[in-house]
Design a protein around this ligand. Structure first.
Ligand code: SF4
Ligand code: SF4
Length: 777
């Protein structure tokens, strides 16, 4: 934590100083940034607590505990049912708040170590003075960093302070979870919101550093199309597969191939976010797919060398890869997998041991060395492994002969696929059910572990589907990174006024049956309705795995600008920062609000005026929890898909509770009812249809103009009619006066809402902050 002291003007002993800024512990250069410092630069755990408590008062946490017991310490296990307290004195709400905070801190720390490693590497390679440069049309290059820390980073080394701040805050947050520390559930939630906000900051640091140093696209709407799918890799060539999130080792592989004239002679492919980043680095890199493709591609044996870095790497990848003769290089101190450390061993020795099989998997923590070793080893190993690439279909399907139809695999399938029946049917020569299973299967391999006859069930499914796999090829636009300031100037006003009905962001990993289809269906519907649709991370890849009746993916069908009716692929998970950054920039560029160290005011602006909503689909881990919680602190509602209930906490508004929906009218300080806009901050839905209707509702904001609210209501009503038939029952809560009503439905809606006792309300200049009354004067 650093403390800053600003001295506007000082005259002493004939010495006159103007605009001096001091940071306790060290001096910073004079900053010519004209924007005044806001109230909360580098906020601590307490600095934004009042904002959190306002949010939590309106959107109280709803918990669905996994168990009635707490086993966090050796006092336990403690029964927390029916208001009982544990031996440490904690109650169930406190216990759940602690659980939520732990999950969120896990996610935030993963993204922070990612930013840390990447930044250290880029500074080493490109120097501390490498400029932060996101292109000529992005002047607000780091909106989240400006907002939270109060600094305007100009070069890579400026981001070091930000990472130090993140790591310090994470230590404080984690310490609050120790027994005997925090006890109040709302304060646990406030800390979780703090962790979530830090997560978004870590994402921005990682992405602006890599965009600046590695020459990634800088907000270009028309980035190149990249191939995605298990069929895109040319298996006849040596193949290097990168798994995880840190692009550094993979980018060094490509650099080494370029330096040695080998580019194009070795395939470089990726799974998960590393794949998205490699595609931003080089249009020749191939994207195999999201996490659901990880184990399946590994088992096919196509990769000669597998590089794992950090995050989203399956815990059995090293074992599975070496089983099929692939060699593995682990590159991050977050994941060393019990392997020997070869970082300081001569390249030739490492390569010869990998090729001979003396070592099948090693740790190398220097990305440049990884680049050299991976290429050399892959070229030598590939000719020796030709017969290990792809499946021996007959042999694998023959394994199905051992099936006794005990259905143990079916019972252990997390999504209830009757895989046992499919295997047993294949035993009799009919593989049609296996082909059906292929499309639904998550690739988790729980069925393998359950089979008493040691049938590699997942491999049987995939072997039967090898033709499908070979033809699995789709197109995605490479991630574009930031939203340009010029785009914000064009859409800021229509978004704030509600005339563009909303910004819908798809994040997360849709790894459950039909998840990619659900995502594509939703993205298509919102783009058709002229929302701005934004994708990132594995969701962006999942959306690409669906083609319409014309054989096009949505990225081919819609333009990639940040505008109504477009679909923007930001890039990997860390690019989620640009979605939040875009709404922050609307407050700055359109509304001329100061960003510098001014979190609360900007979050209040977003909550009350910018119709943005995120949809996180599929089963995900702690990082999705931290991203969603971060978006919430910024005032952005998040909808979780059917698996989201497993996060065990939602922030739900009570729509009929009048008092909760009072805001200040900044013009005169009166308290004014604005209806449940937005109704929830974090909620769970069961189906894609429910998600669409909910999103159309959650983009409504108190500040919508009558024309804007009319457009939003029109979409809400028509989506509700399309999927459920009839008008929504809660329509009366969102109509302020008759001018809000869609003209073609006016009489029908008026009749309904009058039956509900509807009365007109006013449209204020809304804020939750009393200090913003009279514009903060
Ligand atoms: S690998 Fe597929 S079929 Fe097997 S348990 Fe997982 S989801 Fe079910
Ligand atoms: S667990 Fe094995 S033996 Fe039992 S039904 Fe599944 S594949 Fe057949």
């Amino acid at each position: 934590m650093v403390t800053r002291i600003n001295i506007k003007e000082l005259e002493s002993g004939g010495l006159k100083i103007k605009g001096l800024e001091l940071t306790v512990g060290k001096f910073t250069e004079f900053d010519e940034w004209a924007e005044p410092m806001g109230p909360t630069p580098y906020p601590s755990l307490m600095d934004l607590r009042e904002w959190d408590l306002r949010l939590l008062e309106r959107y109280p946490p709803f918990y669905s505990p996994l168990s009635d017991f707490c086993e966090f310490c050796t006092y336990g296990k403690c029964d927390l049912t029916a208001g009982k307290r544990g031996a440490c004195g904690i109650d169930m709400a406190g216990h759940m708040g602690k659980w939520v905070l732990l999950q969120t801190v896990m996610g935030t720390s993963a993204h922070t170590t990612h930013a840390h490693h990447l930044l250290n590497f880029l500074i080493k390679q490109y120097g501390p003075d490498q400029p932060i440069n996101l292109g000529g049309e992005v002047e607000i290059e780091a909106p989240i960093t400006r907002l939270i820390t109060g600094i305007r980073p100009k070069k890579l080394s400026d981001l070091v302070d930000v990472v130090n701040y993140l790591e310090g805050q994470i230590t404080h947050l984690l310490s609050a979870t120790a027994t005997g520390q925090e006890q109040n559930y709302l304060d646990y939630e406030s800390k979780a919101l703090h962790a979530g906000m830090l997560d978004i900051l870590a994402l921005e640091v990682a992405d602006i550093a890599q965009i600046s140093a590695l020459g990634f696209p800088k907000g270009d709407a028309e980035t190149p199309f990249i191939e995605v799918g298990m069929g895109v890799v040319e298996r006849e060539k040596p193949v290097i597969l990168c798994i995880g999130h840190n692009v550094a080792p993979g980018s060094e592989v490509i650099d080494y191939l370029n330096e040695t004239g080998l580019y194009g002679k070795v395939e470089v492919a990726g799974v998960c976010c590393t794949a998205s980043d490699l595609a931003r680095f080089s249009s020749g890199a191939k994207i195999v797919g999201p996490i659901s493709r990880q184990l399946r591609f590994i088992r096919m044996g196509i990769a000669d060398v597998v590089i794992v870095d950090q995050e989203c790497v399956r815990a059995d990848v090293i074992e599975e890869a070496t089983k099929v003769g692939s060699r593995v290089i682990a590159t991050s101190d977050q994941l060393v997998g019990g392997l020997p450390n070869y970082t300081n061993i001569d390249d030739d020795i490492v390569v010869s041991r990998l090729v001979s099989g003396e070592e099948l998997a090693v740790v190398i923590q220097d990305p440049v060395k990884v680049g050299r070793v991976a290429v050399k080893a892959a070229r030598l190993i590939a000719p020796l492994r030709l017969n290990q690439k792809g499946y021996n279909r007959n042999e694998i399907v023959a394994k199905a002969a051992a099936c006794s139809l005990c259905l143990s695999c079916t019972k252990n399938c997390p999504i209830g696929i009757n895989v046992g029946l499919a295997v047993n049917t294949a035993k009799r020569g009919d593989q049609s059910l296996l082909l059906e299973v292929f499309d639904e299967c998550l690739g988790c391999a729980r069925c393998d572990a359950a089979c008493p006859n040691d049938i590699p069930v997942l491999t049987v499914i995939d072997a039967a589907s090898e033709d499908k796999i070979r033809n699995e090829r789709f197109k995605i636009r490479a991630g574009r990174g930031p939203i340009k300031d010029t785009e914000i100037r064009n859409v800021g006003r229509p978004i704030v006024m509600g005339e563009i009905p909303g910004v819908v962001v798809f994040a997360g990993c849709a790894n459950y049956p039909g998840g990619n289809y659900d995502l594509a269906k939703m993205a298509d519907e919102f783009a058709k309705r002229r929302y701005i649709v934004v994708t990132s991370g594995c969701s962006a890849l999942d959306i690409a795995r669906y083609k319409d009746e014309n054989g096009q993916t949505l990225y081919e069908k819609y333009p990639g600008a940040f505008d109504a009716g477009c679909i923007v692929n930001l890039g990997p998970c860390v690019s989620n920062a640009h979605a939040v950054g875009a709404v922050v920039k609307i407050a700055s560029i359109f509304a001329k609000r100061n960003l510098r160290g001014n979190f609360e005011e900007i979050a209040d602006y977003i909550l009350n005026r910018i119709g943005a909503v995120a949809i996180a689909w599929g089963a995900q881990h702690q990082k999705a929890m931290s991203i969603a919680t971060g978006a919430n602190r910024f005032g952005i509602p998040v909808i979780l898909g059917p698996q989201g209930v497993k996060y065990r906490r939602a922030y739900l508004g009570r729509s009929e509770d009048y008092e909760r929906w009072l805001v200040y009218n900044a013009k005169d300080g009166r308290r004014v009812y604005v209806g449940p806009t937005p109704e929830h901050l974090l909620c769970v839905v069961e189906t894609a249809e429910e998600a669409m209707v909910t999103a159309a509702k959650l983009v409504m904001r108190p500040n919508d103009t009558p024309k804007g609210r009319m457009i939003k209501l029109s979409n809400y009503v028509s989506l509700h009619r399309q999927f459920y038939g009839g008008l929504p029952e809660d329509l009366h809560l969102f109509v302020r006066d008759e001018n809000d009503l869609p003209i073609t439905m006016k009489d029908e809606i008026l009749t309904l809402i009058k039956q509900k006792g509807w009365k007109p309300t006013e449209i204020p200049d809304p804020t939750l902050l009393s200090r913003m009354i009279f514009g903060g004067r």
